[in-house]
Design a protein around this ligand. Sequence first.
Ligand code: AMP
Length: 400
Amino acid sequence: MDFQSLKNIDVNGKTVLLRADLNVPAKDGEITDTTRIDRLKPTIEYLTQKGAKTLVLSHFGRPKGVTPEFSLEFMLPALEKSWGTKVGFAKDCIGAEAEQAKSNLQNGQITLLENVRFHAEEEKNDPAFTQQLAALGDIYCNDAFSAAHRAHASTEGLAHHLPSCAGLLMEAELNALNAALENPERPVMAIVGGAKVSTKLSVLNNLVKKVDYLVLGGGMANTFMYALGKEIGQSLCEKEMAEEAKAIMNTAKAANCEIILPVDRVTVTEFRENAPFEIYEADNMPSERQTVDAGPATVEKIHKTLKNCKTVLWNGPLGVFELKPFDAGTNGAAQAVAEFTKSGKIVSVAGGGDTVSALEQAGCINDFTYVSSAGGAFLEWMEGKPLPGVEALSSHKKAA
Ligand code: AMP
């Protein structure tokens, strides 16, 4: 990937339009998880220390026009606390309010501009709107990997108008993803779990061509078991996806990718926390039961295979991790990946919404090489799709 790094740019006295992703989870006006804000701190510190005048751009939610409950203003105390610096606010991201905010900025100061999605032109990547944004800055710095799968004015369009670079978070994210899939040390294991095959079909089709081992877990493993003619009982299964599952297995075979399915399964008759459970070998499951987790022999098999791997890429839980004790398979596999990462034997990269909470629950989130906070963008990258926000940084005028 060919993009300019913020670290190589002289930003002193320049106005930098920093596209951040402040689309944080919030309830009743309170931010419930500040991970995305905290991860921007290195970029913010860099810009303030180097004397940039920083205007922060972000979306929040899906407002239809100007909608007070989607204003970014309520975030200011959280931003100031996390970033350790004062943050100003402008009530609009273009026009007189934004111009005024720009002219008030001194070197090393930061101002947050109001939600870019208050203008419908943002999502349309409207050239006139993009130009109005571009007129505010000297440099465009994109630090919002998690929004890079959208070709919007502030995520893609701006790179065509201003000298551009990747922020420190975006750079770390791209380097980690590159090390995991584009240019990895082999053998590579991908672990893909989650509910359904249908939502991850493109991910699976891409991965089988690129990795050496593909571990399948969660509900989607049932569909593969079904396609192989195994009993799946009452388990979640997309029977209509059986042909796709077979095609994926054939592609894997041709590409020399070994698909690892559960060798044992944790099964229940009631779908609830602490439901009584029984563990069955994969080939021996009673038809009245349903699978909720990978069993200990499966975790052991993953552990053994990991010994032979140099890189691991993970998306999706191996079981219904929200209901204890059916997080045991996910936890066991996550702890194995963490153990090998800590001892320097593997590079491990994980991402996607539920994956982050599953790894947090497993107590492993800090022991992976990199855990991406991106959801949709991470999945699209795993699908092998070009991300417009990243592409635009690579192919257009780079800041010097
Ligand atoms: P996804 O968003 O596709 O990554 O799916 C995550 C969801 O898959 C979680 O809510 C899990 O509870 C669910 N899941 C994982 N394994 C199973 C399973 N064996 N049966 C039903 N749901 C599952």
